[in-house]
Design a protein around this ligand. Sequence first.
Ligand SMILES: [Zn+2]
Length: 113
Amino acid sequence: MTTIRANCPTCGDVQLKANDLVVRICSDDESGSYAFRCPDCAHPVAKDASRRIVDLLVGSGVRMQVWRLPAELQESHLGPTLTPDDLLDFHLLLQSDGWFESVAEAVRKNIER
Ligand SMILES: [Zn+2]
């Protein structure tokens, strides 16, 4: 079986077998990466990979996963960015009686604007 040498940020060069890694390809932008768990320190490691590296790894028997960018990236966002204060206000709101009606009312007012 092919031995693959990769680099762990903590341990340096480590030796892996093909089934120790996974290659991930994003079908939206065709970017590639690979990931493995370091055999020495057990930390997960993920690195960007060029097309050439992806081809070499897949050709060595590394399994490939294809993934898509989250659909939320295509959504348009209106209004100001949420702040930590907004989050605290929302947390306090959720502790009050009738929080659901308050949220529904706020959403309804926002839609009417
Ligand atoms: Zn390590």
